[in-house]
Design a protein around this ligand. Structure first.
Ligand SMILES: Cc1ncc(COP(=O)(O)O)c(C=O)c1O
Length: 418
């Protein structure tokens, strides 16, 4: 009996239809409608820098402006004063913190300064602060500044720019003279996800305190600060929490340390009896002692709304979609971008990365600028890298597909023009 072998050649895996199928099966797809999308042709892959505006936040801010500020004026301080604590409790479940350990205040930079300074006070006789050379600039600067101020040693781990912090290197860098170690959970450049339980344990074995920067993690990856026995954490709210430009950051202090630590900025909002206007400073109880001056009420309201939206979507579902999307992006990039001179500058294993993917290319800065002209917003990071940030509540699989296709076409045109 004769026969034949049928071979099907399919473009299926790379086709836009596959992206559409993935969107159709996405349980979070409906959340995109909860955000303001003024330009439907815009492909926005920069939510890891500034998240988009939720409609609920716009409405809440209108209400705060019109009713609470416009009508009630200063009388609104009767409930405004409680907002930093309440917003902290809204963020707490997203970072794995039991109540009473999180507050929304200041910016990440200030919170780094306050918590790091307080941590050093709590480890007298130790003379070393450790971080890594790939940590976000503000973290390195603040920590080095504190080391300088207190005449301490500032120890920098040398981290692989694509792969993130190495546990063995950290083990070798900490000792019984180490007071504080501070690292980012998700690396801003590569998106590498640090192993929080393992690294925290290494630090604790040396007797030092551990502070995590959660800026690129909160709202994108599940975080378990209490479970990991972390001591301190800070993070911003304008990325995956979508609280808007300059919205206040959060600070976490483990309950066992909260009442022991002394906050270095003795502002009147951290005073126990603020309106007594008394002659001496007595720190407030609970997390309020980590406040400084008058809180940013509009920003704090936006943090509450942003955190509520993430909680409603569920961080596990967000993470599942993010993993699927970064894997999809990596797959398209393998086919379309790597042959054109790009190199993946993010860990290959989805368990080892957050929600953005970074590519290395000698013309990265020009690529970002040219993509922007085609309404594809990404961003550039030194040295020679561009990032695609995926925000699972708004980014669609078709956006990922079209952004990679646009990058491919751009690179092809550049290569053809020599
Ligand atoms: C990891 C990390 N830490 C800190 C910051 C800066 O914090 P801020 O400017 O809000 O003080 C950023 C900003 O992008 C960041 O990505």
């Amino acid at each position: 009996m004769g026969g034949c072998r049928v071979i099907v050649i399919s473009m299926g895996e790379l086709s836009i239809d596959r992206a559409r199928d993935l969107d159709a099966a996405d349980p979070l797809a409906g959340f995109r409608e909860r955000f303001v999308v003024e330009d439907s042709s815009l492909i926005y892959l920069n939510g890891n820098s500034l998240g988009p505006l939720p409609k609920a936040t716009r409405q809440r801010l209108q209400q705060v402006i019109t009713t609470e500020w416009g009508n009630a004026l200063g009388r609104s301080w009767d409930h405004w004063v409680d907002m930093p604590v309440l917003a902290g409790e809204a963020v707490a479940p997203l970072i794995g913190a039991a109540p009473g350990q999180t507050i929304v205040t200041d910016n990440t930079t200030m919170n780094l300064y306050k918590l790091a300074s307080a941590a050093l006070d709590a480890r007298p006789g130790r003379h070393v602060i450790v971080t890594d050379n790939d940590n976000f600039p503000t973290d390195r600067y603040v920590l080095e500044g504190i080391a300088h101020q207190h005449n301490l040693e500032f120890r920098l781990l040398s981290t692989d720019l694509n792969e993130g912090v190495d546990a063995d290197l950290l083990s070798r860098a900490v000792d019984d003279d180490t007071a504080l170690v501070s690292l980012s959970h998700v690396a801003y450049r590569s998106g590498a996800l640090a192993d929080m339980p393992v690294l925290t344990q290494i630090v604790h074995q040396s007797g030092a305190l551990m502070m995590w920067d959660l800026c690129h993690a909160v709202g994108a990856v599940p975080i378990h600060l209490d479970e990991c026995d972390a001591d301190l954490a800070v993070g911003c709210t304008y990325k995956y929490l979508n609280a808007g430009p300059g919205a206040p950051a959060f600070a976490y202090v483990a309950a066992r340390l909260r009442d022991v630590l002394r906050q270095p900025v003795w502002g009147w909002f951290s005073q126990r009896d603020q309106f007594a206007m008394g002659p001496e400073y007595r720190p407030a109880e609970g997390m309020a002692k980590f406040l400084t001056g008058t809180p940013n009420i509009l920003g704090t309201a936006a943090v509450e709304e942003g955190a509520k939206l993430i909680a409603e979507a569920g961080i596990d579902r967000i993470r599942a979609k993010s993993v699927k999307q970064t894997a999809y992006l990596a797959e398209l990039a393998d086919e379309w971008l790597l042959p054109l001179g790009c190199e993946l500058a993010t860990p290959r294993d989805p368990d080892r990365r957050g929600s953005h993917l970074t590519f290395r290319h000698p013309d990265a800065e020009a690529i970002v600028a040219e993509l922007a002209k085609s309404n594809v917003v990404t961003d550039y990071r030194t040295p020679g890298r561009f990032r695609f940030g995926l925000s699972p509540l708004t980014t669609r699989f078709v956006d990922v597909h079209n952004a990679v296709a646009a990058t491919r076409d751009l690179l092809t045109a550049r290569n053809n023009h020599g």
